[in-house]
Design a protein around this ligand. Structure first.
Ligand SMILES: Nc1ncnc2c1ncn2[C@@H]1O[C@H](COP(=O)(O)OP(=O)(O)OP(=O)(O)O)[C@@H](O)[C@H]1O
Ligand SMILES: [Mg+2]
Length: 255
């Protein structure tokens, strides 16, 4: 399968701290590719660079054979990339449905402004988006909470709403930052099934600490430690890699 996404020599610093150090990873189309590593390894920063939230000092991101030169988050949706945020990242004063609808729209009028004014911004034009959002929520088993606001919902339900928001734009590449964080065993089992069901039509880049999930769903795994790629391979290769085991010493075991 062709490579859908690639980072080349990504280098980033925060206040003198080298957070990414020549990070080269690639994601083959139609796969679930994991990006794992201990806390602070730089996983979320890789996501942020890919999405244009963090500007690297050096390096490029290639998506579908072209260098990504986006500046605004809505460009990502247009290009077929969507992500979930570590945690939940839903707008608390919008309903779940409105939050999911935001994932479908390319409009710059939405986002923080929509949240701060909580305006009746859903017009006739949005009826199609509304239906798509409801369908995405239905797929995630959360259509019943459409009128509720995120703070009224249990955390695992909020996570599903956030997933629906990422899916509603029908992305080619779905980037998930710790989708299993803070959810229970049943939800994790559901998540594993869901993630596998999205491929090969979609490609998934998965950041996750929950090793059972990672090992079960990933076709390929990149391992970051202190801003550097220390390993890349199949789940079995990575699981038995001495450098990976050493990086995780003092953390939860990778087995
Ligand atoms: N905006 C920022 N300003 C300063 N330092 C930051 C910023 N964002 C991240 N860092 C630092 O960069 C390093 C990498 O952080 P990052 O969030 O990418 O790690 P991570 O692998 O996602 O970790 P975790 O598994 O805990 O989510 C950490 O040392 C973190 O403290
Ligand atoms: Mg992170």
């Amino acid at each position: 399968m062709p490579i859908l996404l690639e980072t080349r020599e990504l280098t980033a610093q925060f206040g003198g701290l080298q957070v990414l150090d020549y990070v080269n990873i690639s994601v083959e189309e139609g796969t679930v590719t994991g990006l794992i590593g201990p806390n602070g390894a730089g996983k979320t920063t890789v996501f942020n660079v890919i999405c244009g939230f963090v500007k690297p000092e050096k390096g490029t991101v290639i998506f579908q054979d072209e260098i990504l030169r986006h500046t605004k988050p809505h460009h990502l949706t247009q290009m077929g990339i969507s992500r979930t945020l570590q945690g939940v990242g839903l707008f608390p004063s919008l309903t779940s449905l409105e939050n999911v609808m935001l994932g479908a729209t390319n409009s710059v009028k939405t986002g923080i402004i929509a949240d701060s004014i909580a305006a009746p911004w859903v017009d006739a034009h949005d009826e199609k988006i509304r239906q798509r959002a409801l369908a995405a929520m239905n797929d995630l088993g959360v259509a019943d909470v459409a009128p509720k606001k995120p703070p009224e919902l249990p955390y695992p339900v909020q996570k599903r709403v956030a997933l629906a928001r990422a899916l509603v734009s029908d992305p080619k590449l779905l980037m998930l930052d710790e989708p299993a964080g803070g959810v229970g065993a049943d939800d994790i089992a559901d998540l594993a099934r869901l993630i596998r069901s999205w491929t090969p039509q979609r490609t998934v880049l998965l950041v996750e600490h929950h090793m059972e999930l990672v090992m079960e769903v990933c076709d390929f795994i990149w391992v970051l430690d202190a801003g550097r790629v220390i390993a890349g391979g199949t789940p079995n290769e990575v699981r038995n890699d001495p450098a990976v085991l050493a990086a995780y010493l003092g953390e939860d075991a990778v087995h």
